[in-house]
Design a protein around this ligand. Structure first.
Ligand code: EPZ
Length: 422
């Protein structure tokens, strides 16, 4: 597997144009197959997970074309309803195909989804909701067979505002008789993006971002041209790299209004921020301030996908900080690597108590999941001497040419291909 070789100690300086949101484009690509028409999705990032989703859509019979940052999906001829295990296992987002396939074909067979090993990541909320809408779902030795002769609109009250379950119910409800009400849905910006895409295809979905989403079923659907929202987690990750390296960064194509809780924490740690429409400018302090506690919460709370990156910042801050992860039960896997670099971190249950140090020491570490891997790159950029981050395939799943962008911002980072190292 490829690795990054990083020579730390260089400040991030310059500007970076954000790409489209990974967690926005993935459900929208899955949703495009409900139209049986041609959808063009603009501002699509070039990521491993996007390519895996496109491979699945192709397997199902869709014709796919990529024209720079636009992906054209023609789903007029679906030829199968089985998602190959080798693809379904690659990422969590394969689960987003349950809803669209039930809507389009009334049947879908797939393995349990894959994705970052940051917890058990069950799909009980997805399956309970689909069963409540009338789907017949058989789970046998790791695979799922879902069938429906016609879904019925109903009220689904989610015990937890699951992003994926909310998206799956929205897409299954398109073919359901009557209205479907999702109470206590996820409110992430990507949910609103999916609602806007579905309505551009002729659906009638309302309430994304609020405490109840209402979908009116059986509307005639058609293809559309759609532009995905910017990636707020890519934005936060680059800002964290600037903060860690005492740098200055201008982000373009940003959506600052979707990042309020994250930007507030950068300010609390001593960064100065200037916000304009689609621009965010950050200037880091000479030493980051410790932060009493950050708790990850469902949107609009502090995003769990920024937890790892901020742990790296806490490891460099002046004083004691605390990070509490409330969304996933196993999302502290990068702490061992941070400790190898000299960080002082004590884990107590779902919290990590961090005593900041002046300097981290470069060493050989490995990426164990997408955001933990990005956090190790940030640590390497800030550390003295050389850091090698191995298994960066995890990072490639969610960042588009990460090292190219970081190099353009004044840092020393090289991708070493697996065979080059032999
Ligand atoms: C989405 O995952 C994102 N992935 C994740 O981003 C993100 O961390 C997460 O939402 C939370 O914001 C995509 O959109 C592709 P959830 P998802 O369902 O849908 C539990 C990244 O780094 N749960 O909101 O899987 C679950 O175990 C990735 O870009 C159930 O118990 O997240 C977790 O503890 C990582 N049963 C919590 O809910 C279910 O049926 C949140 O999960 C579903 C979820």
């Amino acid at each position: 597997m490829d690795s990054y070789h990083i020579i730390g100690g260089n400040r991030i300086f310059g500007s970076h144009k954000l790409t489209g949101a990974k967690n926005g484009v993935l459900p929208i690509l899955a949703a495009s197959l409900v139209t049986g028409d041609v959808c063009t999705i603009h501002n699509s990032p070039d990521l491993l997970d996007v390519n895996t989703m496109l491979a699945i859509l192709k397997e199902l019979g869709c014709k796919i074309q990529r024209e720079k940052d636009a992906i054209v999906v023609d789903s007029s001829q679906l030829t199968q309803t089985y998602i190959p295990k080798v693809l379904g296992k690659e990422m969590r987002s394969s689960v987003f195909l349950l809803g669209p396939m039930l809507t389009r074909c009334g049947v879908v067979e797939m393995s349990q989804p894959g994705g970052c090993a940051i917890g058990a990541r069950p799909i009980d909320l997805h399956l309970d909701a689909l069963r409540k809408m009338g789907a017949e779902i058989k789970e046998e030795d790791g695979s799922l067979v879902c069938k429906s002769t016609g879904l019925k609109g109903t009220t689904i009250r989610l015990d937890f505002p699951s992003v994926g379950a909310t998206e799956n119910i929205m897409m299954a409800a398109l073919s359901a008789e009557g209205e479907t009400h999702i109470v206590h849905p996820a409110k992430e910006p990507e949910i609103e993006d999916l609602q806007n895409f579905l309505n551009a295809c002729g659906s009638c979905v309302e309430g994304a971002g609020t405490g109840e989403i209402v979908i009116s079923g059986k509307k005639p659907l058609h293809g559309t041209d759609y532009k995905v929202i910017p990636d707020r987690i890519e934005a936060g990750t680059f800002l964290a790299a600037a903060a860690a390296t005492k740098g200055e960064l201008l982000l373009e194509n940003a959506a600052p209004a979707q990042m309020a809780s994250t930007l507030a924490k950068f300010r609390e740690m001593g960064c100065s921020l200037k916000i304009e429409q689609d621009k965010i400018y950050l200037k880091a302090p000479n030493r980051l301030k410790a932060i009493r506690e950050i708790k990850t919460l469902p949107y609009p709370g502090f995003p769990t996908d920024m937890q790892s990156q901020f742990l790296t910042l806490m490891a460099l801050a002046d004083g004691q900080s605390k990070m509490t992860e409330t969304i996933f039960e196993n999302r502290f896997k990068h702490i061992d690597s941070l400790r190898d670099m000299g960080a002082i971190i004590e884990i107590c249950g779902c919290s990590a108590k961090v005593t900041g140090v002046d300097q981290l020491q470069g060493c050989r570490v490995e990426a164990k999941d997408l955001r933990g891997g990005a956090a190790m790159v940030i640590a390497g950029l800030a550390a003295s001497d050389e850091t090698i981050v191995e298994n960066i395939c995890h990072i490639d799943r969610g960042y588009d040419k990460f090292e190219v962008a970081l190099k353009n911002l004044g840092t020393k980072i090289e991708r070493i291909q697996e065979d080059e190292r032999k």
